[in-house]
Design a protein around this ligand. Structure first.
Ligand SMILES: CC(C)(COP(=O)(O)OP(=O)(O)OC[C@H]1O[C@@H](n2cnc3c(N)ncnc32)[C@H](O)[C@@H]1OP(=O)(O)O)[C@@H](O)C(=O)NCCC(=O)NCCS
Length: 384
């Protein structure tokens, strides 16, 4: 089997695989900016493909470069022969060489990715909010005027998103070229709340067909303060009469949980994403840490597919900085799959131990929990 980066010349073969696997309908005209791809060849034919998008996720307020794996597809006639696994093995050093110490994917087949060290580490959610619940949201005490966005707002829109996103572990920083900021203006509704310095909030939504009158899909509802959030929620009340409910993508989990009331039971559509720490020293150096008091923990990393960080490693927090250095006693044994949910804060060391992914004295392991200081379920609001 030969694995190589894919080029414009592979577009037809790649489209054929993705059409079969995902029912993809349109052949891309060129390689997508901000994306690297690998193809596997068997008997001189393209047998499988894997894409790596250039993203970055916020952890502790700092954006860490992340390779977003997507579009993994193997020719139906070549399945079950290790093609996908070989592509994943090849992707790890490629991401490391391109400065991506983390990798995320949305898995249709979790067992495949678990075998190579990815593990569930956060969520991507949509919530159906019935109109009567929106109507019961308190009125803002400050009425703010919204207006439609235009091209001159694009930087401010992104800044407003970042102000909130950097406080939620896992969120993408939506950097170009992979994410094209101007695309947002193609949506049916993009309304902004101007403030003294940039925007205080904005809302993006798309009208979609469905039963009766269809639905309103709200992609981002971002307010940097309570009045901005209440004004945006109030603007959605105007849909009462036309719609029974709106679908809200959860970008800021506080909006619904602290301001809008959901019924006792409600429908959430959740996609979980899996995280793999590709390069532990680089990932630790790149992120922010909520409370790096002086501490150290000796680890033994069991990771045969990323030999560059396998073995004994010591995490040292000193004078506000956290670093990984080789050596130490290996007191806490962490399997590759434990690294993602630990790093994101999705699981603590007790859960990792119960899943067979961590061993060692709990008194040593607790330092790992203290370091990440998990502050809620990590999330993404971008799908790939
Ligand atoms: C999923 C897919 C990429 C796997 O490709 P493949 O080359 O057959 O996979 P491999 O031969 O490397 O299999 C690796 C492991 O995953 C397991 N696996 C593969 N497909 C699976 C499936 N659909 N369900 C459960 N396990 C699966 C295999 O059993 C194997 O495990 P083992 O090593 O313990 O036997 C391929 O079936 C495909 O293209 N499917 C449609 C598209 C898709 O779902 N892509 C994944 C997007 S996230």
């Amino acid at each position: 089997m030969r694995i190589r980066e894919y080029t414009e010349d592979d577009l037809d073969a790649v489209f054929r695989l993705r059409k079969l696997a995902f029912n993809a309908s349109e052949r891309p005209k060129r390689l997508r900016p901000g994306t690297r791809g690998l193809v596997a060849e068997l008997d001189g034919r393209v047998a499988g493909v894997l894409g790596i998008g250039e993203y970055a996720q916020f952890y502790g307020g700092v954006a860490v470069p992340m390779g977003g794996i997507g579009g993994v597809a193997v020719d139906g006639a070549f399945r079950g022969r290790g093609v996908a696994t070989a592509l994943l093995d090849a992707a790890l050093p490629v991401m490391r060489e391109h400065g991506q110490p983390l990798s995320v994917l949305y898995a249709t087949v979790p067992t495949l990715y678990r075998g190579r060290g990815w593990e569930r580490a956060g969520v991507f959610e949509w919530v159906e909010v019935p109109m009567d619940r929106l109507l019961s949201v308190p009125r803002p005490t400050e009425r703010m005027s919204s207006r439609p966005a235009d091209e001159s707002d694009l930087t401010a829109l992104h800044d407003c998103y970042l102000e909130v996103a950097r406080t939620i572990d896992g969120m993408a920083d939506r950097r170009p070229p992979r994410i094209d900021a101007a695309k947002v203006l193609e949506m049916d509704l993009v309304s902004v709340l101007p403030g003294p310095n940039g925007l205080r909030g904005y809302l993006t939504a798309q009208r979609e067909p469905g039963d009766h009158m269809g639905t309103l899909e709200v992609f981002d509802l971002i307010g940097v303060d309570v009045q901005a959030q209440l004004n945006l929620l109030a603007s959605l009340k105007s849909w009462a009469g036309t719609l029974n409910a709106i679908n809200l993508r959860i970008t800021d989990p506080a909006t619904l949980n602290l301001l809008g009331a959901t019924p006792m039971r409600y429908s959430v559509s959740t996609a979980t994403w899996m995280l793999r720490v590709v390069d532990l020293p680089a990932a630790v150096a790149a992120r922010g840490w909520p409370c790096p008091g002086n501490a150290a923990v000796d680890l033994e990393i069991v990771d045969e597919h990323a030999p560059w960080h396998a073995g004994n490693q010591r995490i040292v927090a000193e004078e506000g900085l956290v670093r990984v250095e080789p050596g130490g006693t290996g007191a806490v044994r962490l399997h590759a799959r434990a690294l993602g949910p630990w790093f994101s804060g999705a699981q603590n060391t007790h859960a990792l131990r119960r899943a067979g992914l961590l061993e060692g004295d709990p008194a040593d392991a607790v330092v790992l929990d203290q370091l990440v200081g998990a502050s809620g379920m990590p999330r993404l609001a971008d799908f790939f």
